[in-house]
Ligand binder design. Structure first.
Ligand code: F6P
Length: 327
């Protein structure tokens, strides 16, 4: 295998996601296996600018595969949007001879990697680390499975109390502009309605379906809303539903950042390990400026600029199935 890089930097950037530590561990240990030097860059691109860069060894990543969050910390860096900030950051890499980069994060983090590759010719590999699962070119993103399982556990508990009181609950889940957490957790908890940005169910449709259920004396209902839905999230939906269905006893729960924490599931640890390992292999094989994804259980490499530009599309029948199963 021809060595095209000798010293690599690893960073996590943007919102943390469970499994990032497993990806760091895999990248560090694979790099060490091939005789590379590895540096952890703290607090995402901010740490690159501020020179918070520390050499790592095998022990630096011991006992972290099961931990949520990221040992490297993370941030959304405003300064990195400016060329000046990026020059400063790159100079800190050059100072140490870092000639390859593994970036774990979402769309914004990929844009940073793309800029570094374009402006300075730095070989970069990106790993999809986000609970939102909103990235093109991969069936999985690191953290989604854990987040959606956390949401399912919470919604199951909410259903218990909803059932005890004959109540309607509107539950808001994260996902930024994407509805995957809402869709998956809503289906898995048998939600009566799921509101996602990709396929807008109108609030009138929700009112019609709930009032039909009310007539059938079905009073326990769950509506799962993606935070990015145009209704303005759970509070917006509740306001309209309360006005139109005053007989229903309605409550709101916003799950929030609980979805980002916790020990990663087996699936997240596994895909993070595979992606971290293949990130380093990619750098060594000269497959640069790609996002390492998994499609149909095989590794898949998407040029970073395409991963940034394209959107993951929802398959056709999801919402039809939701309606049938909740009838
Ligand atoms: O991208 C991950 C995510 O958790 C989104 O689902 C959410 O909209 C956003 O980050 C929240 O960001 P912050 O933690 O900066 O409030």
């Amino acid at each position: 295998m021809s060595k095209t890089v000798t010293k690599i930097g690893v960073l996590t950037s943007g919102g943390d996601s469970p499994g990032m530590n497993a990806a760091i561990r895999a990248a560090v240990r694979t790099a060490l296996y091939y005789g590379l030097e590895v540096f952890g860059i703290y607090r995402g691109y901010n740490g690159m600018i501020e020179d918070e860069i520390v050499q790592m060894d095998s022990r630096s990543v011991a006992n972290i595969i099961q931990r949520g969050g990221t040992i490297l910390k993370t941030a959304r860096s405003k300064e990195f949007y400016n060329e000046e900030g990026r020059k400063k950051a790159y100079a800190n890499l050059v100072k140490r001879g870092i000639d390859g980069l593994v970036v774990i994060g979402g769309n914004g983090s990929f844009t940073g990697a793309y800029k570094l590759s374009q402006e300075f010719g730095l070989p970069c590999v990106a790993l999809p680390g986000t609970i939102d699962k909103d990235l093109y070119g991969t069936d999985f993103t690191i953290g989604f499975d854990t987040a959606v399982n956390t949401a399912v556990q919470c919604i199951d508990k909410i259903r218990d109390t909803a059932d005890a009181h004959d109540r309607l609950f509107i539950v808001e889940v994260m996902g930024r502009h994407a509805g995957y957490i809402a869709l998956h957790s809503g289906i898995a908890t048998g939600a009566e309605n799921i509101l996602i940005p990709e396929e807008e169910t109108t609030i009138e449709e929700v009112i019609a379906s709930l009032s039909e259920k009310e007539k059938r004396k079905k009073l326990v209902n769950l509506v799962v809303v993606a935070e990015g839905h145009s209704s303005g999230g759970a509070n917006g939906v509740a306001e309209i539903l309360k006005a139109n269905l005053p007989n229903l006893d309605t409550r709101v729960t916003i799950l929030g950042h609980i979805q980002r924490g916790g020990s990663p599931t087996c699936l997240d640890r596994l895909i993070a390990s595979r992606m971290g390992y293949h990130a380093v292999e990619s750098l060594l094989e000269g497959r640069h400026n790609v996002m390492v994804g998994i499609l149909n259980n095989a590794m898949h490499y998407t040029p970073i600029e395409i991963a940034i530009r394209e959107k993951q599309r929802l398959g056709d029948d999801w919402m039809k199935m939701v309606k049938i199963l909740a009838s």
